[in-house]
Write a protein that binds this ligand. Structure first.
Ligand code: ZN
Length: 295
């Protein structure tokens, strides 16, 4: 039996075919263009894979950029909400894939997918309460609480956390269209590029950008620790590729906590994803495996 995984992103879609052990048998990436074109490519990929392996799919997991309807009881389950990504608002990704492939489709956020993948095969194995944060074009967080993915009122929007903003130290107004200077508005890759006039990957490690970036991310991590009490936090995304950033955050968080929370050594508490940029698509495959088991 095969399991399909899709990570739907604002710039690209990652599709993979996996087995029960999370081994990836085939993988393709498509640029995100129009819903019709991109989703047709997704469906064609799975049809070809099924023919190539002579095997049937049990289920497909889709994890997606948001906001999105992740409530399985909702008539709009799988639908993208108010996104600035042109043409995608109101697109129901799960329904499209389900209709085309006639398979059970399970749907969740990209960050919930990533934390689910890391819990199954990566840096969070054996833990029951875990947080995954991504710092890339945007900022987002997904969580497992007591063994279950955290949903609630639609789904958490941890990237939009309001953080203290010292306008003397950092006069940048922020780029979030909803809140201006929320965490995503101040610390996303998009914010970094606008504030400093060049993309994050072009900012050298000695640039003052990184101390400020670590400051905002440490503030957020501290709030997440105090709110969710995760046993481990995994932090990934394109901005985290700057090697100086993770040690800077690890140094700041205990100071902000003031010795209040008993953390394991920060090197084991705040960690990069073991599954790298495949965490999301592997999480989607893990969700598909779970969905097939339930049937
Ligand atoms: Zn915001």
């Amino acid at each position: 039996m095969l399991y399909g995984g899709v990570e739907a992103g604002g710039t690209k879609f990652v599709c993979a075919v996996g087995d029960r052990q999370g081994r990836i048998l085939a993988e393709r990436r498509f640029p995100t263009t129009t819903p019709e074109e991109t989703l047709s490519q997704v469906v064609a990929f799975f049809r070809h894979a099924s023919e190539a392996y002579g095997l049937k799919f049990s289920a497909v997991g889709v994890v997606s950029f948001g906001p999105a309807d992740v409530d399985p009881e909702s008539p709009n389950y799988g639908e993208i909400g108010a996104t600035p990504k042109e043409g995608w608002e109101g697109t129901n990704i799960a329904a499209f894939v389900h209709r085309a492939l006639r398979l059970p489709v399970v749907f969740d956020t990209d960050v919930n997918g990533a934390v689910w993948g890391e819990a199954r095969w990566g840096a969070a194995q054996g833990l029951r309460t875990v947080l995954y944060i991504t710092v890339g074009t945007g900022v987002g967080g997904g969580a497992i609480v007591e063994g279950n993915l955290l949903h609630g009122l639609r789904h958490p929007e941890m990237g939009h956390l309001i953080v203290p903003h010292d306008r003397v130290r950092d006069p940048f107004a922020g780029i979030c269209p909803f809140h201006g200077d929320c965490l995503e508005g101040l610390a996303s890759g998009t914010a970094l590029a606008l504030r400093w006039g060049r993309p994050a990957e072009d900012l050298p490690s000695e640039h003052p950008a990184w101390s400020l970036e670590a400051h905002y991310l440490a503030l957020a991590v501290t709030s997440y620790i105090l709110t969710l009490a995760p046993q481990r936090i995994i932090i990934g995304g394109g901005v985290m590729r700057q090697p100086i950033l993770l040690p800077l955050i690890r140094a700041k968080v205990p100071r902000l906590l003031g010795g209040y929370c008993p953390l394991t050594p920060m090197e084991r508490y705040l960690v990069p994803p073991t599954l790298g940029d495949r965490a999301g698509v592997l999480g989607a495959i893990a969700l598909a495996i779970d969905a097939a088991k339930r049937r």
